[in-house]
Design a protein around this ligand. Sequence first.
Ligand code: G3P
Length: 226
Amino acid sequence: MESNDAVIAVNFKTYAEAVGPRSVALAKTCEAVAKETGFTIIAAPPLPDLASVAASVSIPVYSQHVDDVRQGSTTGHVTPENVAASGASGTLINHSERRMTIAHIESLVGRCRALGLSTIVCTNNIGVTRACAAFQPDFVAIEPPELIGGDVSVTTANPGIVSDSVGAAKAVSPGVRVLCGAGVKNGADVEKAVELGTDGVLLASGVVKATDPAKVLADLVSGLRR
Ligand code: G3P
C-alpha cells in the first residue's frame, strides 16, 4: 500500500516506446523524478516486463491486468499469485482496454488484498465507480473511454464525472482513494484533478509518448504541489 499522498500512476500500455528494455528505462525515469520530488509515481509496464522492471526500480510497480483464474491448469493467464511473485506491489483491474465482469472484479480485489497487492480498479462511469468502490480496492480510477488517448483531459472535458465519482466512491467506502485519467497531459490537469477531490491521476500517452518523459513527469508532479 502506498502512503496517503497523492500519486501519479503511469500505465505504459503496449506502446512501442515502452517495449522490453525501454520499459526498464522509462521506469527508471519515473523513479528518478519520484526520488527528486518526494512524490509517489507508480509504473505499470507491459506484462512481460513486469519482473524485470520490478527488479530494477524501488518505486511501486503494478501489473496492467490480472486474471481471476486459479493457479494451475490455466494457460496464458496472469494470476494474482504470478503478479505477487514477479515483485510487483499492485495491479490495475478492469482497465477500459481490458474490461472484466463485476464478479471477477470483486473476486480479484479480495485475492489481491490477501496477497498484499494494492489495487487500482478502473471505472468508466459513476455507477461503475460506486459499484467497484464497494469492494474496497485501494483506488478506483475514473476514465471515460472516449477521452482515453486524446488531447483533452477529463478534468477539462468532464470535470463533473470526476467530482461525482469522488462523491460516489467516498459515500460507499470512505477509505477508497480516487484517481482520474484520460487525456491528462500536464501539471495544470493534475492540479485540477486534485481540486476536484482526487488523490492523483492515472495516465499513459502523455508520459510514454513524450519526447522528454522526465520533463513531463516533473511538470505533472508539480500539479500535486500547488
Ligand atoms: O490507463 C491510463 C489511460 O487509459 C489513459 O490514457 O493516454 O489518455 O493518458 P491516456
